[in-house]
Design a protein around this ligand. Structure first.
Ligand code: FRU
Length: 490
């Protein structure tokens, strides 16, 4: 489908989209104490990937976003690829003027002729609205063509604190870790990988701590996006749980590199999401450890450039807060919870019959609880007003699948069925489904499993039909979300 083909695409209400033109990865997420800042890979000139710059939006609730002017514009020789932001409260960088702490963006300067990718910085003295590129950029240059996506955080320990940067040598499937006192001079500390899923290149790493649910314990998590070679095909996000001692990240489980795309083999890796459209997710700077929150780009490089557009193309996932849960085997898994949904009213329905119609209407959150005979598959199908099928979830005690139809998307990789293995030994199952215009986000087993799929061009479904096997009991709660005061999302 040519990039210029324009069709009427209904905007999501609960997800960020730019007013116009192309977006991909979230960049420089930070919370300034009042507002959440979302920067994003953005083409100011069109609906394809190019002239990469950092767009900017702010929100107080992670749902309604106000788009602001472009924060960092591409230059003559380099594009501004993905990266992160920190607030330099102690003015370690020296860019501050003594009035407000400088906000420092660390991004990849990607040479337009593709000969080099190095890390550069820019500083803002107005809280992140406008940035000045540092005159002596780059701050890290390894002479590499595929060195990108710096994510910086503050490492605090009894021995002192300093800035830590993780980035990728994408083709080598390695995360490289650096340290700095001033955000300008960087020293390489260590590297991690290739490990686990490697059939693709590594991108957009993130290293942060998460609390273990129900304990005082904190563990380190390393997120690595991978494209292609994700568990659902194309772009995907894997993670490692372990320890970081200020120099080296050591995973609890050492998963050797898995060659190939076999689903069972890839299941040795830990996946943040099992859908087709959850990529390049990174966390916010400036939130306490028990509120760690991540947003991902809700698309897949398999087809992102070819999707129908309406003068804008691409959206972000919902914001997810995360913690860790110890599973039956003693390993830690990330649990996610969608933040900011303005739930006003709950319509609960207890289901006994074999086939039940569930009215949905506009964007809606649906909570399905299955008990009894959960080893047999239950099905939840979503329909347009004209009774044609949009997509279908099937769930039993071991596996959830999501099948999406092609709809208006004419691309051979789009119509697909995604599989999500569930935690072992479930005797009852909860499935939360967020339905917006253009997407479905499925969180199962109390958020221990997540599956995010775009439903490009679809309005949120009008109704669902739940089909149960004999002996399965269910209840369904529908939380209408159509009262949203949507800013630029409207
Ligand atoms: C991931 C990515 C990054 C890069 C950016 C370019 O989607 O490929 O590695 O910095 O997008 O837009």
């Amino acid at each position: 489908m040519p990039e210029t083909q324009q069709v009427a695409v209904k905007r999501p209400q609960l997800h960020f989209t730019a007013k116009k033109n192309w977006i991909n990865d979230p960049n420089g997420l930070f919370f300034d104490g009042k507002q959440y800042h979302l920067y994003f890979q953005h083409n100011p000139n069109g609906v394809g990937h190019g002239y990469m710059s950092w767009g900017h939006a702010v929100s107080t609730d992670l749902v309604n976003w106000e788009e602001l002017p472009i924060a960092i514009l591409h230059g003559d020789v380099a594009d501004i690829f993905s990266g992160s932001i920190v607030v330099d409260h102690d003015n370690t960088s020296g860019f501050g003027d003594g009035t407000i702490p400088p906000v420092i963006a660390i991004y990849t300067a990607a040479a337009k002729d593709e000969t080099n990718q190095s890390q550069a910085i820019a500083y803002s003295l107005d809280g992140g609205a406008t940035f000045t590129k540092y005159a002596q950029n780059p701050v890290i240059d390894r002479g590499s063509k595929d060195f990108r996506d710096p994510k910086v955080s503050r490492y605090e320990s009894a021995e002192g604190s300093y800035w830590v940067l993780v980035a990728v040598e994408a083709i080598e499937r390695r995360v490289v870790i650096y340290r700095s006192e001033n955000l300008i001079d960087w020293t390489e500390l260590s590297s991690f990988g290739p490990k686990a899923a490697v059939t693709g290149i590594w991108e957009c790493p993130d290293l942060f701590q998460l609390p273990v649910s129900g304990t005082d314990q904190l563990k380190w998590v390393l997120i690595v996006s991978l494209n292609p070679g994700g568990i659902a095909g194309g772009s995907g996000t894997q993670y490692f749980v372990g320890e970081f001692d200020g120099t080296t990240f050591t995973p609890d489980q050492d998963v050797a590199a898995v060659e190939g795309l076999d689903f069972e083999a890839l299941s040795a890796a830990k996946w943040l999401d099992f859908g087709r459209d959850f990529y390049a997710g990174v966390s916010f700077h400036g939130l306490p450890v028990d509120q760690q929150t991540l947003i991902a780009w809700m698309s897949n490089w398999d087809y992102a450039r070819d999707l129908p557009n309406d003068g804008w193309r691409g959206s972000m996932s919902t914001a997810r807060t995360m913690n860790l849960v110890k599973n039956a085997e003693g390993n830690f898994e990330i649990r996610q919870q969608i933040l900011g949904l303005p739930v006003t009213d709950v319509v609960s329905q207890s289901v006994t019959g074999a086939e039940t119609r569930v009215e949905l209407g506009s964007p809606a959150l649906l909570e399905l609880h299955l008990a009894g005979n959960v080893s047999e598959s239950a099905k939840l199908s979503f329909y347009r007003t004209d009774e044609s099928l949009i997509s279908e979830i099937a769930v039993d005690s071991a596996l959830l699948t999501h099948e999406r139809t092609a709809g208006i998307v004419d691309h051979e990789l789009y119509a697909s069925t995604q599989r999500m293995p569930l935690p072992a030994g479930l005797t009852e199952i909860t499935v939360q489904v967020l339905l917006d215009h253009g997407s479905i986000e499925i969180l199962a087993a109390d958020g221990l499993r997540s599956l995010t799929d775009q439903l490009t061009g679809e309005s949120a479904p009008a109704y669902g039909v739940l089909r149960l096997a004999e002996g399965t009991n269910a209840s369904v709660a529908v939380l209408p979300l159509d009262e949203i005061e949507a800013g630029t999302n409207a």
